[in-house]
Ligand binder design. Structure first.
Ligand SMILES: [Fe+2]
Length: 388
């Protein structure tokens, strides 16, 4: 928990109070809201639910409820700012540590406590908000990260990655009963899968530029044309030529779907994606934020999944053709607002995590979801096609 908080504070360390309070996009909260919400979620689940204590300030729960307060309204709220906000983060943490010191996480009686579930939930929540915060941090001119890591160089040069074959059959999908996973990843269940082909690597900027040239499609978010057929990308106020051998990022589901059809392929279903991802190693992937960008394709060429796919975890979330729906036998846990209220045909599933995802958030069974028109999420794609 200390490590998670250190990262949260490190991300906002270079920013002024004015930058924390500013609204950069109607679909992103001001960073001050995210920070207060992280502390409030901790207070709600650890201090109030597990510790059975009264909140420090009962009003705050209403302000930081993500469902009740759409992002566009969050800056109008009397949320905590500046020194008050920092004090709240610290006060909640102090009370949380008191509660944790006196709680039995090993006894199996309360499902919220068993195996430390509530503690994992808290960690995952803070980690996931870090990713949302980075969506906004990219829009801040002149942002200087406190700490960065250097990505490996490609071990092979991959011009146009081929497809790899997955033989299908009866496959198990979802997380088993052991270890932390969200309710929407369970229960694990068997499905029949027809054999299929899937791209060995995510679609690159080079391939996507060809698609734009051919169809007149919009460029990804943050791209601007510079001369005939060449592009520059601006993030955190820095303009750089678009690297042709990096995965394309910040495209919507509609754009991903159109690209796949243009290429004579289709988006994979999430079952296909999960099956192709089997054996992918989160330790050998561009995850955990500090690269502040995608790796060139081939940088993790020596860490393929079982079927031979590369860059499966990390770099970009990959859009799938699947709607976000419940697995057969689904049970909401610990609260319906995590997944259940989003089930239906409104949201599309994304898989695999991006460079901006904390490493221990991601699993091959992890399901992310977003609206098909959204591009602020760190999303790209890899295509599939039927065997025949
Ligand atoms: Fe949240």
């Amino acid at each position: 928990m200390e490590e998670a908080r250190r990262r949260t504070l490190q991300l906002v360390e270079p920013l002024s109070d004015d930058e924390l309070n500013r609204v950069y996009s109607p679909i992103l909260s001001p960073l001050a809201w995210d920070l207060g919400h992280i502390a409030n979620f901790e207070e709600l689940w650890l201090v109030q639910t597990v510790g059975d204590l009264e909140p420090l300030n009962g009003e705050l729960g209403r302000l930081y409820d993500a469902i009740e307060n759409p992002r566009v309204t969050r800056n109008e709220l009397p949320i905590l700012r500046g020194a008050e906000l920092r004090a709240y983060l610290e006060d909640v943490r102090e009370r949380t540590l008191d509660v944790l010191a006196n709680v039995d996480l090993e006894s199996g009686d309360d499902p919220l406590l068993a195996g430390g579930f509530v503690y994992e939930l808290l960690l995952a929540h803070e980690h996931q908000h870090n990713e949302t915060m980075l969506q906004l941090i990219q829009m801040i001119d002149g942002y200087e990260p406190v700490e960065t890591t250097v990505l490996p160089e490609p071990t092979e040069s991959i011009d146009r990655p081929e497809m790899v074959h997955v033989k299908g059959g009866t496959v198990e999908i979802g997380a088993d009963e052991v270890g932390f996973a969200y309710d929407n990843e369970r229960p694990r269940h068997a499905v029949e899968l027809a054999p299929f082909w899937i791209d060995r690597a995510p679609v690159t900027n080079g391939e996507y530029s060809e698609f734009i040239g051919d169809t007149g499609a919009d460029p990804p978010m943050y791209w601007e044309p510079e001369g005939e057929g060449s592009w520059v990308r601006t993030a955190m106020g820095r303009r750089e030529a678009v690297a042709p051998d990096e995965p394309v990022i910040h495209i919507s589901w509609h754009e991903a779907d159109a690209f796949a059809r243009w290429a004579g392929k289709r988006l994979p279903t999430e079952r296909e994606w999960e099956t192709a991802a089997r054996g992918a190693d989160p330790e050998r992937a561009n995850l955990d934020q500090l690269s502040y960008g995608c790796a060139r394709i081939g940088s993790y060429g020596d860490a393929p999944s079982e079927c031979g796919a590369i860059h499966v975890l990390g770099d970009v979330w990959e859009w799938t053709s699947s709607d976000f729906v419940a697995y057969p036998g689904f049970r909401a846990f610990p609260y319906p607002e995590y997944s259940e209220v989003f089930f239906g045909d409104t949201y599309k599933v994304l898989r695999g995590g991006a460079w901006a995802t904390r490493r221990n958030v991601i699993r091959t069974t992890f399901r992310n979801w977003d609206l098909p028109q959204r591009r602020q999420i760190f999303a790209g794609l890899r295509c599939a096609k039927d065997e025949a």
